[in-house]
Design a protein around this ligand. Structure first.
Ligand code: PLP
Length: 438
């Protein structure tokens, strides 16, 4: 610890108001610098980042090409109104479209993921002339007016100021709402449930179904076979649009450019943020299918943001996507999930009864911790708190959500770093299961 670390803590405690926190209980972890999968405080204490911060630093910390691109753009032009034409903005939009399905041509840029969902919802309502948005209870879509009420988790409840939102249960075989015992049953019954919700709500009142392709914060819930295609089919039957939220799952996290590339489904609107530029500069957006975009050729789109297509954000998107392509980052994420992370987590699950289930792909994995493997009762919050503290004490930054450890390193994580992290998880689980913690 140095004086600078102390100063950072002192200023933080005195003046910074933190997200989703009781202000007397915020973290005291100082991060001053980073490189790849590692970060440091001012004193030089090192942490292996297996959280990717908020699951957004897909390309790793301080990628030199992205940092240079931001620096070069800053020297040329740091900001410009969204109504102007700017080369970096066009280049960024083109790079994103190159990864979208055939037929998508246009991107609306936002400052992050919440306002991406906000504007996708606005587009869906304007395009259909309908009001309701259906989304799942196990979801997070952001912290603005409609995005937070689309969110299914507890964060929706103190913020229910927007109207027209209806929730349903998506598939989650390990904690099935449908008494299912196989992925096929879970898929079929979850689709039946959604069909009944649509019928009961009145199909002609529904503008869109909004889904995270792979729900992330809710537990990395990889959809079972046929589910997403079935949702698409229900939407088509009733003239409902499908918005896929790729904010966390997109741009390499699953080992694919878009998570939906692994499924037989074509969305109408795609929302993105995080991995598109690894959060080096705040950015997000909506990729709009042409039949929706062209409705606004002669009609004003009633939405906008001062920083839509901000040059620093755009330059960082271009450099990030170029580096991810030329360095094979997405392919690497896929391979490291298959050959290193998945097998190592399966090995831990064999050795520790506290692990109820391991699921995921790419660099997007959840380890579900349970007090009892038969009843699947979640490990209590006090034990999760001990596990989190023990991981940090051993130099690993974890992503802990409810009773789960999300194993979500940058896409560029190496085999050696995976082995290092697994040894730390192993040690901490051993201490927790033999001694009830340290
Ligand atoms: N959608 C998903 C799936 C997310 O995981 C998040 C953030 O974690 C958001 C939307 C909101 O993004 P932001 O925090 O950039 O507004």
């Amino acid at each position: 610890m140095t004086d600078t670390d102390d100063l950072a803590r002192e200023l933080d405690r005195a003046h910074v108001f933190h997200s989703w926190s009781a202000q007397s209980q915020t973290s005291s972890l100082v991060i001053a610098s980073g490189r790849g999968c590692r970060v440091w405080d001012h004193a030089g204490n090192e942490y292996l980042d297996f959280s990717s911060q908020l699951v957004n630093v897909n390309i790793g910390h301080q990628h030199p090409a992205v940092v240079s691109a931001i620096r070069e753009q800053a020297e040329l032009l740091t900001t410009i109104a969204p109504s102007t034409v700017n080369l970096a903005r066009g280049e960024a939009a083109k790079r994103i479209i190159d990864h979208a399905p055939e037929g998508f041509r246009r991107v609306f840029f936002t400052n992050g993921g919440a306002d991406a969902n906000e504007n996708a919802i606005r587009l869906a309502r304007l395009a259909t002339g309908r009001d309701k948005i259906l989304s799942t209870y196990r979801s997070y879509h952001g912290n603005t007016g409609a995005a937070i009420v689309s969110t299914g988790d507890w964060r929706r409840v103190p913020n229910e100021f927007a109207r027209g939102h209806v929730h349903f249960f998506g598939p989650y075989l390990y904690r099935s709402e449908f008494w299912a015992t196989t992925p096929e049953q879970e898929s079929e019954r979850a689709l039946h449930h959604l069909r009944r919700v649509i019928e009961a709500e009145g199909p002609t009142s529904i503008a869109a179904v909004l889904l995270e392709t792979v729900p992330g914060t809710a537990g990395i819930l990889v959809p079972p076979p046929g589910y997403l295609a079935g949702v698409r089919e229900l939407c088509d039957r009733h003239g409902i649009l499908l918005i896929l939220d790729e904010v966390m799952a997109g741009f390499g996290r699953t080992g694919r450019w878009f998570a939906f590339d692994g499924y037989d489904v074509r969305p109408d609107l795609i929302t993105f943020a995080k991995g598109v530029n690894s959060g080096y500069v705040p950015a997000g957006g909506v990729v709009i299918d042409e039949p929706i975009a062209e409705r606004f050729d002669d009609r004003v789109f009633p939405g906008g943001l001062t920083y839509s297509g901000h040059p620093l954000a755009m330059a960082s998107i271009v450099a990030t996507l170029d580096a991810m392509s030329s360095e094979g980052v997405v392919e690497h994420a896929r391979a490291i999930g298959e050959t290193a992370i998945g097998p190592a987590l399966a090995d831990l699950a064999e050795r520790y009864a506290v692990i109820g289930e391991v699921r995921g792909e790419g660099v997007f994995w959840a380890v579900e911790l349970v007090a009892d493997r038969d009843t699947r009762e979640p490990l209590p919050a006090a034990a999760m708190g001990r596990i989190k503290a023990a991981l940090v004490a051993r130099g690993l930054l974890p992503f802990i959500q409810d009773n789960r450890i999300h194993v979500v390193p940058p896409c560029v994580v190496t085999e050696e770093e995976v082995a290092e992290a697994m040894a730390i998880y192993d040690e901490v689980l051993a201490a927790e299961t033999t001694g009830g913690g340290e």
